[in-house]
Design a protein around this ligand. Structure first.
Ligand SMILES: NC(=O)c1ccc[n+]([C@@H]2O[C@H](COP(=O)([O-])OP(=O)(O)OC[C@H]3O[C@@H](n4cnc5c(N)ncnc54)[C@H](OP(=O)(O)O)[C@@H]3O)[C@@H](O)[C@H]2O)c1
Length: 387
């Protein structure tokens, strides 16, 4: 191959194994891959049964999402390239059947691991098996892939949030990831939950703790062509597949949503110059797609590559947005283009003190919510806020 191939050329004939393709980032990723790289052979997409729906029913539901409208218009056959692989990343061998494992070993050239639990409150055992052991299981499978070119792991920019001036590096953990996997699966749940805060140390939750350990797992695989993508907070798209597309209320999106609805009115913000770091989802997915291509280009000119390649997908100190402006912009947006389900004229007050915030929350969040539900119940309607 020539050294200056384009990204779509690089993806010609590639087969990708994607986890997390049913999630917010994963859907945008698979859509863009199929739309912009028409030479892709197949996308093997891990999927689990969920909420009484089997993987085929879930696939139908997911691919009927507006996120795929453009792809359906431009190349409706492209969705046929997705081959579902049943599995659950929290299980040993990711719950993938031996037959499917053989197919993956035979066919896959690029692994993209996006699946994770993004909950900050997961018990340690769940977080370890989902976010850490899954990476070990996937690495094990990837080592047997005959034609593997890249192993892309999506982590988080906040894996070591307590470090100042975080670099594109893997920060060594004081724990061996294998020991944590072993302990999490051996200790009784009650004991594990009691000692979790001791393990977490500076990590305030099991999410960053397990994500950080997973990076350590990836880093120790010196002979695998690994890439770690580290997004900060991922928000709505700038342009692809549609302007402003988002289907997740995780992270900052929920503040915009509730502020424009008039529900969210008070914020505790002691530092008015605090910056929010978030990135549009299409920036993150474009980076995830471009990274294996860049790795391949480098391989052709450099025989001694050092893995993992690490990329932040974040604003850092460039184009910084301040939290105060973020809330005010959300308020103004809600006033200019009110959402259909708005319940109150958007207003936001930023408090420097906790006491001021708590009083405001009591007066403008709890009391109106309580009164709203009371009236709904009297009318025999469904209460919204006491759920
Ligand atoms: N969104 C952000 O702001 C952000 C920021 C930094 C890093 N990240 C990272 O980006 C990745 C994707 O995040 P996201 O925002 O797309 O999250 P998301 O919308 O919650 O999607 C999570 C994905 O993981 C899958 N998953 C979770 N547990 C699973 C299991 N046990 N077995 C199989 N699949 C499982 C989900 O499948 P189901 O549909 O079956 O539940 C879903 O496809 C994650 O690794 C996350 O840590 C996200």
């Amino acid at each position: 191959m020539a050294a200056n191939i384009s990204i779509p050329e690089f993806y010609n004939g590639q087969s990708i194994f994607l986890t997390g393709g049913t999630g917010f980032i994963g859907k945008v990723l698979v859509e863009k891959l199929l739309r912009s790289c028409p030479g892709i052979e197949n996308v093997y997409m891990l999927c689990r049964s969920k909420k009484g729906k089997n993987i085929n029913e879930r696939f139908e539901e997911i691919t009927s999402s507006p996120v795929f409208n453009l792809l359906r218009e431009q190349n409706p056959q492209a969705l046929n390239k997705i081959i579902l692989i049943e599995g659950d990343i929290a299980m040993l061998e990711m719950g993938i059947s031996k037959t499917d494992q053989e197919i993956l070993k035979d066919k896959v050239t690029i692994v993209m691991h996006s699946a994770a639990t993004v909950s900050f409150t997961e018990p340690l055992k769940v977080a370890v098996n989902t976010n850490l052991r899954s990476v070990r299981e996937l690495i094990c499978l990837a080592k047997d892939m005959k034609n593997l070119q890249s192993f892309v792991h999506i982590s988080t920019a906040f894996a070591n949030w307590f470090e100042l001036n975080v670099k594109e590096e893997v920060y060594p953990s004081i724990y061996d990831p294998d020991d944590i996997i072993e302990l999490a699966n051996r200790l009784p749940d009650e004991t594990l939950n009691k000692i979790t805060p001791i393990f977490l140390g500076k990590h305030v939750n099991t999410y960053t703790f397990t994500k950080s350990l997973a990076e350590n797992l990836v880093k120790r695989e010196k002979n695998l062509p690994t890439i770690i993508i580290k997004p900060s907070m991922v928000g709505a798209s700038v342009s692809e597949p549609h302007v402003g597309w988002i289907d997740s209320l995780m992270g900052p999106a929920r503040y915009i949503y509730y502020t424009t609805q008039g529900i969210f009115r008070s914020v505790y913000l002691p530092n008015r110059s605090a910056a929010i770091d978030f990135v549009p989802v299409d920036f993150t997915t474009n980076l995830t797609i471009a990274a294996p291509w860049k790795c391949e280009i480098d391989k052709r000119t450099n025989s001694s590559m050092t893995y993992p390649y690490i990329y932040f997908s974040a604003t850092g100190s460039v184009n910084q947005l301040l939290w105060k402006d973020y809330f005010k912009n959300s308020r103004d947006f809600g006033r200019t283009i009110p959402p259909k389900n708005a319940i109150w004229y958007p207003q936001i007050r930023l408090h420097k003190t906790k006491i001021g915030h708590h009083i405001d929350v009591a007066l403008t969040h709890f009391i109106p919510a309580y009164l709203n539900d009371l009236v709904a119940k009297i009318k025999g309607q469904k209460a919204i806020f006491d759920e």
